[in-house]
Ligand binder design. Structure first.
Ligand SMILES: [Zn+2]
Length: 399
């Protein structure tokens, strides 16, 4: 199967569609659980399939450093290596280089964490591994090669991740560099597809490549970035560099002004966002794809997303609470575990606390997207959006 996207229903700017990849079809708007190292922390692939996850995100930076994209390519690519037959999207690795590598520990027990000094030049990003301190360079070509060897269904171009806040001159410089990198990444992608890059194993002949719109919080830069990224020509387009500390209304505004600059017949992916409220707001502005660590990371910290707001299972008020975490949820956790039991597991440090909390939070996210898709089909998206905001702002939001 080659990459394809079809919008099947719209309501206002919200779209429902079908994204076809080499490993199957994804109904959009879709949420991609984050499987950083080829696994979603706390749950098995069997759990993800039973929750109805149709596509996973995996992190190129982590898999490149360990176990290595060469090793994975020799195993037949990421799908075979991790035993997940459905679609996979890989990021470019850039975000982790700019965040993790820059916080590399000295490796000396008790020593304080130091900035390793990620050096970015026109060629790419030069950094030291957060695992062993070894030196590496991630260039647009290298990021494309690694993802070709991993064989994901969707590869992302390397973009420069600018810290927030940035002034307009810094943002312009970074946006223009991201465009030059996008050209190089596309050239490399097409050369790999044509078999012109010796020494790189192309593990998935049906791989698609998404471009990324940058430009910080400046609408003009965003529109310019979108225009030129679309000119280069990718299978689809992402909005990057948001959810990095800017006020929420600024993020909504930037999304609102960017999506009209992107082709109607291609998926739009808002990277690294967000809360359930953010998802429904972005869908209302024409976004189709999401990923975020919130449901999984918060689950491991004891925070549960429920239809009545967020609850923190550590809270003493749940010590003898026999109700399920979310009375209107039908997930395995809510069918079998009480708040009292989940609190006990968490305080006892049981592995199952992470598993049960993660199952519920992922179900909440995936189910929210399912309901959004249904609402768009029946012309009820606007009322769903209002109802979601009302229910999530109710008690008990205790964290
Ligand atoms: Zn549940």
């Amino acid at each position: 199967m080659s990459f394809d996207f079809r919008v099947t229903h719209t309501e206002g700017r919200a779209r429902r569609g079908l994204m076809t990849t080499a490993h199957g079809v994804v109904e959009t708007p879709a949420f991609m659980p984050v499987g950083t190292q080829g696994a979603v922390k706390g749950v098995t692939h069997r759990d993800l399939e039973s929750l109805g996850a149709e596509i996973l995100l995996s992190n190129t930076y982590h898999l490149y450093l360990r176990p290595g994209d060469d090793l994975i390519a020799r195993r037949g690519g990421l799908h075979r290596f991790i035993g997940w037959p459905r679609p996979i999207l890989t990021d470019s690795g850039g975000y982790q280089v700019f965040s993790l590598a820059a916080r590399r520990s000295t490796g000396v027990p008790g020593a304080r964490t130091v900035r390793a000094g990620v050096v970015v030049d026109e060629q790419g990003a030069h950094f030291r591994s957060h695992l062993d301190g070894s030196a590496h360079s991630l260039t647009p070509e290298k990021a494309t090669d690694i993802q070709a060897q991993l064989g994901s269904d969707v590869a992302m171009v390397l973009d420069e991740c600018l810290a927030h806040p940035a002034d307009v001159a810094q943002a312009r410089q970074s946006m223009e560099r991201t465009l030059r990198w996008a050209c190089r990444a596309r050239d490399r992608f097409l050369a790999l597809r044509d078999g012109l890059v010796p020494g790189v194993i192309v593990s998935n002949r049906g791989q698609a490549q998404f471009g990324i719109v940058q430009g910080s919080v400046f609408p003009d830069l965003r529109q310019e970035s979108a225009h030129h990224t679309v000119e280069i020509g990718f299978e689809a387009y992402a909005i990057g560099g948001l959810s990095v500390g800017e006020p929420i209304e600024v993020m909504y505004d930037i999304v609102s002004r960017t999506t009209p600059c992107l082709p109607e017949d291609r998926p739009r992916y808002l990277m690294g966002t967000g809360t359930p409220e953010d998802l429904v707001e972005a869908v209302a502005r024409g976004v189709d794809l999401f990923d975020c660590v919130l449901p999984t990371r918060n689950a491991r910290n004891g925070q549960l997303f429920t239809s009545e707001g967020r609850i923190n299972i550590k809270n003493a008020r749940y010590a003898e609470d026999d109700r399920p975490p979310d009375p209107s949820c039908a997930c395995y956790t809510c069918r079998t575990a009480s708040r009292a039991y989940l609190r006990h597991l968490f305080l006892a440090g049981e592995i199952n606390a992470s598993t049960l909390n993660t199952l519920h939070n992922l179900n909440f996210y995936l189910d929210t997207l399912r309901r959004i898709r249904d609402a768009i089909v029946f012309g009820r998206f606007e009322s769903f959006r209002l109802a979601l905001h009302q229910s999530l702002s109710r008690q008990p939001r205790d964290t």
